[in-house]
Design a binder for this molecule. Structure first.
Ligand SMILES: Cc1cc2nc3c(=O)[nH]c(=O)nc-3n(C[C@H](O)[C@H](O)[C@H](O)COP(=O)(O)OP(=O)(O)OC[C@H]3O[C@@H](n4cnc5c(N)ncnc54)[C@H](O)[C@@H]3O)c2cc1C
Length: 392
């Protein structure tokens, strides 16, 4: 039975995070939206890590705080409502932790989880996308010949990785990368494998840093692997299973992107509601004009409905007695429904602000720019729909 029972400590943690998010993360997001500054980013990152935000779901024995799923749900929304980019950077740590917990062995967990979960944890990154392979390298079925060109070769000393990954969140800032590569680019998913790659290994380098429309407090970069030698023990799970593991992780990461989008949508709705109560046109606050009032009613309703779907997908993702396909399908539904809904809400918020909504002096234009990418990454929404159709 679906169970969303929040404990008092979940709400207490939510309140602490809300205060931190509004006081530290929101101003950081506004500042880095104008110009990225790594030192400023890391200063707030360290505070988040110190509060246990990095390792919210990671067991204490591995450096985390061992919180509940419920506290993660509340936390993602609060942080995203303050700044989506910073939350996106944190989300990569949660994603890499998920891979290590679900696929890694006990030695890998002991060695690497504290590094990206503890009070002095560093950013982590997941390297899937390549210049020629975006949507193609996000599913076992689509990953055909040529989609994946980053290669690995097994030698007596270890595995040697060569290739370039693009659009990598935390690229250049990460202390730890999970990389998917292939032993035969012509073989598709069946030759793929995932590796844990420390960021300071010789041959790991940062290329182009992207200049983005939004999400600007999160660094996105090209990351290259040039004859990077990693020990045999850094293989995650088994060779040949890389794409399966990526898809498996997406059972958890796709609904999380949906929830992140709900945080952005909630911020846009709250801004628009406050503005509509204050802004007077033709003799009354614009909320009293039915055209605007109904928009706000729809926005509030869409947020409630989206949140309920994201929560159901989150709860379902942890029901290990259900088929993975069923859990994955619901996560894809939550991702595309919530992100499309959030895009609509942010666009409506700009409309409610009228001409002021288009100006950088007001908060909603940033929200509209930030939210767009949630429809694109973690698999564009066309791919999410395709993933649902294939599982109906
Ligand atoms: C800010 C940002 C951060 C990112 N962070 C990461 C990261 O941390 N790690 C990582 O690995 N990647 C990351 N990405 C990459 C992201 O996941 C890809 O951009 C995304 O998967 C789409 O790939 P693509 O850009 O190559 O587009 P393409 O795959 O070329 O798609 C182009 C268009 O064609 C559509 N399309 C493609 N194939 C199909 C199909 N079979 N059916 C229907 N429509 C289709 C797509 O939906 C899209 O509209 C990030 C991207 C951005 C913008």
């Amino acid at each position: 039975m679906l169970d969303f029972s929040f404990e008092d400590e979940d709400y207490e943690f939510r309140d602490l995070v809300r205060e931190f998010a509004q006081k530290e993360v929101k101003p950081l997001g506004i500042e880095l939206d104008r110009s990225y500054d790594r030192d400023r980013f890391m200063a707030v990152w360290r505070k988040a890590a110190g509060m246990g935000i990095l390792g919210v779901m990671v067991p204490e024995v591995y450096g985390g705080v061992g919180g509940s799923l419920m506290s993660l749900l509340l936390l993602v929304e609060e942080l995203a409502a303050a700044d989506a980019g910073f939350t996106g950077s944190l989300a990569l740590n949660w994603a890499v932790q998920t891979m290590l917990i679900m696929v890694g062995n006990s030695e890998q967990m002991e060695r690497y989880l504290p590094m990206i979960s503890s009070a002095d944890g560093v950013p982590a990154a997941g390297c899937i996308t390549e210049a020629q392979g975006g949507s193609d390298v996000e599913s076992v079925t689509r990953c055909g010949p040529g989609a994946l060109r980053t290669t690995y070769r097994k030698t007596d000393e270890g595995y040697i990785i060569n290739g370039n990954k693009c659009f990598i969140t935390n690229g250049g800032n990460a202390g730890l990368y999970i990389v998917i590569a292939t032993s035969d680019p012509d073989a598709g998913a069946s030759a793929s494998a995932c590796f844990v790659v420390p960021g300071d290994l010789p041959g790991v380098s940062t290329g182009r840093i992207e200049d983005k429309m939004g999400f600007r407090s999160s660094q996105t970069a090209e990351v290259s692997f040039d004859d990077v030698l990693i020990p045999h023990e850094n293989l995650l799970g088994e060779e040949g299973m890389g794409m399966e593991y990526v898809e498996f992780a997406m059972i958890f990461t796709r609904w999380a992107v949906g929830l992140l989008a709900i945080g952005i949508a909630r911020a846009a709705f709250e801004e628009a509601l406050a503005y509509a109560k204050e802004r007077v046109q033709t003799g009354r606050p614009i909320i009293e004009h039915q055209g605007i009032g109904f928009k706000l009613a729809d926005m509030a309703t869409m947020i409630e409905a989206g949140r309920a779907l994201a929560y159901k997908a989150a709860w379902t993702s942890l029901q290990f007695d259900l088929e993975p396909e069923e859990r994955f399908r619901l996560s894809c539904m939550a991702k595309y429904h919530c992100t499309d809904m959030a895009m609509k809400i942010c666009t409506e918020a700009v409309s409610i602000f009228g001409g002021y909504g288009y100006m950088k002096d007001y908060p909603v234009e940033k929200l509209m720019r930030d939210v767009k990418v949630t429809q694109i990454f973690e698999g564009p929404n066309e791919i999410q729909r395709q993933d649902v159709v294939e599982r109906l």
